[in-house]
Design a protein around this ligand. Structure first.
Ligand code: NAD
Ligand code: UGA
Length: 505
């Protein structure tokens, strides 16, 4: 953690009032907003603000020149339905992607939307959030903004009390500027980011300074109904973001745990999920059993909460939430073991087709995708894996697989990776196809690992004819019509469903 300070935000305010009283009070008029971090959150969030507030200049700053160049090109660095249209509409008008830091300095509101990955070194390794990027943003702001009044908005997901650390850094230098810190965590999901931003369930703003809260609320209230803009203290806001992700992931892990029980008992996970979700107190969302959740945030944020609980000497709380990750790992391993077992306990030299590498449909993001972990297990058994994903590039897949096989998934050890034995294993056994039929042709088994819609449209009769027999299909997303596939002749496995046809050799 960046700081461990137990005084309240109000105490912190009191400590700084003398300095602030010396500042001339300036009214808060938001004409220019900047965002540090042009990633999956910064890019879409600021683009939506730009479309909704034509009178506000919106600046997206990043230190990564390549990323900024991509945002300024015809091919945006991230794929997100609806994003390209709004970027193309507002870019160059009131939406600007830049590496010019002065644009940040000149803004009235500055969002911090930098990455906060799990630390892979030192104290808290494997659990705590690495706040070095947030901290360096705060230091740079302190050193470059000399006067005026700025609202600093924590958009990144951070451990509770990070805002105090940011405030302390901002106020530690010579700057005469007044900085008000707000926490405004983002709840968008990838693949639906634009519609989530345009129609959010809620916008959460945590802070102490009423005027700053009102100023930021007024930006969102241009398109979000007032009653959906919730305000809390800083720490509740920071913690709510972590808890929301933990509870969403917890629902998936609950259903994934039950899916294993279904397979033993003859219950059907989709029927159970439907029946359980009908209870309005529970609701139907996030109850789909799968090969395991992925994405850059669920695991990271659970680990973050686990670390916080441990830090405050609450081991029971830490253990409770850690169970969500244990079930997720269990589900991934269970799936890979099922494939190996069904293929007569050996996949060595066999062609296995993997459909889907992104962590969910409608995104090209592969961070923490279950596909990486399933492919790793199969590669260790020396399978020949042919991967097809509609949006993920070959370069990304090879990089991810080399990283995981070299045991440096979280670090950047590309030099070592390129020359290692593990990388050679990847090069000679992982094949990336741009044609799904080519990837499936002559395969012993097909594994559906992402729920892309197009996978439901394929001509599986044609696919079956071109495959080795017996032809296996492992549906890790329960998206295909099992009866139809079995009629064609496939041996089908789906998550949380009894293995009626698939004979246990
Ligand atoms: P990302 O890795 O896609 O983007 C972060 C960007 O910040 C990178 O482009 C990086 O170059 C830039 N950056 C880092 N330090 C910088 C600095 N000092 N100056 C300038 N640029 C800097 O990350 P993301 O997925 O957009 O996530 C950002 C934050 O939002 C994280 O805390 C994450 O937990 C949270 N979040 C993510 C999602 C999501 O769907 N990805 C959703 C909600 C919240
Ligand atoms: C998640 C949250 O949904 C967002 O609210 C949050 O802002 C974001 O994390 C974040 O903080 O980064 P995201 O990871 O983009 O969003 O996507 P989700 O739709 O939540 O899916 C996460 C994973 O869970 C995917 O692998 C998905 O396939 C899986 N999933 C989802 C299931 O296995 N079952 C379900 O019922 C739902």
């Amino acid at each position: 953690m960046l700081v461990d300070d137990h005084s309240s935000p109000s105490d912190q305010e009191k400590n700084t009032t003398t300095d602030q009283e010396e500042q001339p009070q300036q009214p808060l008029v938001i004409k220019k907003i900047a965002c540090i971090g042009a990633g999956y959150v910064g890019g879409p969030t600021m683009s939506v603000i730009a479309t909704k507030c034509h009178d506000i200049q919106v600046i997206i700053y990043d230190m990564n020149q390549q990323r900024i160049d991509a945002w300024n090109s015809a091919e945006l660095p991230i794929f997100e339905p609806g994003l390209e249209e709004i970027v193309m509409e507002r870019r160059g008008k009131n939406l600007h992607f830049t590496t010019d830091y002065q644009q940040v300095v000149d803004s009235d509101v500055i969002f911090l939307s930098v990455n906060t990955p799990t630390k892979y070194y030192g104290v808290g390794k494997g659990r705590a959030a690495d706040l070095k990027y947030v901290e360096s943003c705060a230091r740079q702001l302190r050193d470059t903004i000399k006067s005026g009044r700025k609202i600093i908005v924590e958009k990144s997901t951070v451990p509770t009390r990070t805002s105090i650390a940011v405030k302390r850094i901002l106020e530690s230098g010579e700057s005469k500027a007044r900085f008000d810190i707000l926490s405004n965590p983002e709840f968008l999901a990838e693949g639906t980011a634009i519609s989530d931003l345009q129609n959010p369930d809620r916008v959460l703003i945590g802070g102490e300074d009423e005027e700053s809260i009102r100023a930021l609320s007024s930006v969102y209230e241009r398109w979000v109904p007032k009653e959906r803009v919730i305000t809390t203290n800083l720490w509740s806001s920071e913690l709510s973001k972590l808890v929301a992700n933990c509870m969403l992931a917890q629902r998936i892990s609950s259903m994934n745990a039950i899916s294993a029980l279904c397979e033993k008992t003859g219950a059907d996970i989709q029927q159970v999920s439907f029946a359980v979700g009908k209870d309005t107190r529970i609701g139907s969302k996030f109850l789909q059993a799968s090969v395991g959740f992925g994405g850059s945030c669920f695991q990271k944020d659970i680990l973050n909460l686990v670390y916080l609980a441990d830090h405050y000497n609450l081991p029971e709380v830490a253990k409770y939430f850690y169970g969500i990750i244990e079930i997720n790992n269990f589900q991934r391993e269970r799936f890979a073991k099922k494939v190996i077992h069904k293929l007569f306990n050996t996949v060595s030299g066999k062609k296995i087709c993997v459909l889907g590498f992104a962590f969910k449909k409608d995104t090209s993001d592969t961070r923490e995708t279950s596909s990486i972990f399933v492919c790793k297990s199969l590669l260790e058994e020396r399978a020949k894996i042919h991967i097809y994903d509609p949006k993920v590039t070959k370069k990304q897949i090879m990089y991810d697989m080399k990283s995981i096989m070299n045991d440096c998934y979280d670090g950047d050890f590309s030099a070592k990776m390129e020359s290692s034995r593990e990388s050679e294993l990847v090069e000679s056994n992982i094949f990336v196809s741009t044609d799904p039929y080519e990837a499936m042709s002559d395969a012993h088994a097909i594994l559906v690992l992402t729920e892309w819609d197009e996978f439901k449209q394929y001509d599986y009769k044609r696919v079956f004819e071109g495959m080795k027999k017996p032809a296996y299909l492992f549906d890790g997303r329960n998206i295909l019509n099992r009866k139809d596939l079995e009629t064609i002749g496939f041996d089908v496995y789906q998550i949380g469903k009894q293995e009626s046809h698939m004979a246990d050799w």
